[in-house]
Design a protein around this ligand. Structure first.
Ligand code: NAP
Ligand code: GDD
Length: 352
């Protein structure tokens, strides 16, 4: 039985990857940090399944604690390590730049050093959760493994260190260490402050009569949104390769924040009219004339990443990986899950 160690197990990707690896027969060890309230809601269902829970073991740990990381790797002796933990919010990284560097940059180094110091370089395969945020102010469209990087946030810059230190340990010590350069991926388990989930939860509240409007930042930002469930399969494929390498995982489809809202509204049988510009732009529901979208400067970033769209040709060719879920299907799943979590009926959705 293969053993995998997953950092960030309580996060969106950690939850999907744990479930996927358990389904493949792995023993999964997850690292979670201590929190004042229980924060395992994304993985609670694994515990509740007796068959799965015996192969799913949680350990306390933190990316900022070298001794803890060293001890856990030594005790668990994993075959594969997936380093998914990070301070993953771009806007928050401008407020907590030093902590973001400590966890997202040095956290990667701590794992690589622990593997080296434990003399496990030939025994462990390492996956680093790299990101399309590395491309930042994009130098070409679409972005591939060959596109030069230009990060635009403390998060992006910290992740750039994580990317290169992974490659450096691969080249210096022959470690099986790879980067997945993943474009935005969402799901019903997405954190509430990322734009897609914020829109989904906000619209459901509006149609359940609990809220009047959603306040957002840059409505013109464009992203390549895929489903986390598909992307964790790509992570696993990357680690199974004979030779370690770096891969873009993306869908290749570019949509704006505004068009994400329009697709979601279509499920309610509604349309939005956009009026005004910049900070004064509003989204008005055509059926009722209600202002449901407003712009709020608080959500603007000191430096913005306007456009990200990935070219996943290498992953398709070498890994046989392709995204399986269309954006419309992703949005539908997120809406259904949000409605159910808020005690509503999915009959709210018309165009299913
Ligand atoms: P997420 O939902 O924010 O989860 C992050 C996880 O990291 C959580 O389990 C969090 O624990 C944990 N964590 C944060 N700081 C930690 C620390 N100091 N020590 C230990 N654990 C810590 O993020 P995600 O969307 O699953 O993303 C997974 C990884 O992929 C991240 O590295 C992210 O930067 C990267 N990535 C994500 C995307 C995307 O679109 N989702 C795209 C490219 C790359 P708590 O639950 O305690 O907060
Ligand atoms: N969060 C948020 N909240 N973003 C908003 C809002 C808002 O109210 N209004 C507009 N946006 C814009 C942001 O300015 C950004 O351009 C875009 O929507 C997406 O923002 P997020 O959903 O926060 O994601 P992100 O692209 O910044 O970062 C995510 O994807 C990266 C991969 O490209 C995170 O998951 C990162 O961890 C990941 O590396």
């Amino acid at each position: 039985m293969k053993k995998a160690l997953i950092t960030g197990v309580t996060g969106q990707d950690g939850a999907y990857l744990s479930k996927y690896l358990l389904s493949l027969g792995y023993q999964v060890h997850g690292i979670k940090r201590r929190s004042s309230l229980i924060n395992t809601s994304r993985i609670d269902d694994i515990y509740e399944e007796p068959e799965e829970s015996k192969n799913f073991i949680l350990h306390y740990g933190d990316l900022t604690d070298s001794n803890n990381i060293l001890r856990l790797i030594n005790e668990i002796e994993p075959d594969e390590i997936y380093n998914l933990a990070a301070q993953s919010h771009v806007q928050v990284s401008f407020e907590t730049a030093e902590y973001t560097a400590n966890s997202d940059a040095f956290g990667v180094l701590r794992f690589l050093e622990a593997i080296r110091n434990l003399d496990m370089v030939n025994d462990v395969k390492f996956y680093q959760a790299s990101t399309s945020e590395l491309y930042g102010k994009v130098q070409e469209i679409p972005q591939s493994e060959k596109t030069p990087f230009y990060p635009r946030s403390p998060y992006g810059v910290a992740k750039l260190y994580g990317y290169w230190i992974t490659i450096n340990y691969r080249e210096s010590y022959g470690m099986h260490a790879s980067n997945g350069i993943l474009f935005n991926h969402e799901s019903p388990l997405r954190g509430e402050t990322f734009v897609t989930q914020k829109i989904i939860l906000g619209l459901v509240d509006i149609f359940l009569g609990k809220k009047n409007s959603i306040r957002l930042g840059n409505l013109g930002a464009q992203r390549d949104w895929g489903h986390a469930r598909d992307f964790v399969k790509g992570m696993h494929k990357i680690v199974q390769q004979k030779h370690p390498s770096d891969y873009v995982l993306a869908t290749g489809r570019l949509e704006s924040v505004k068009s994400f809202i329009e697709i979601a509204l279509d499920y309610f049988g509604e349309k939005v009219a956009w009026e005004g510009s910049g900070i004064d732009e509003v989204g008005i529901l055509e059926s009722s004339n209600k202002k449901i979208i407003q712009v709020d400067e608080r959500y603007f970033r000191p430096a913005e990443v306007e456009l990200l769209v990935g070219d996943y040709t290498k992953a398709k060719k070498e890994l046989g990986w392709e995204p399986e879920t269309k954006l419309e299907q992703l949005i539908k799943e997120m809406l259904e899950s949000a409605i159910i979590s808020k005690g509503g009926s999915t009959d709210l959705l018309k165009n299913v």
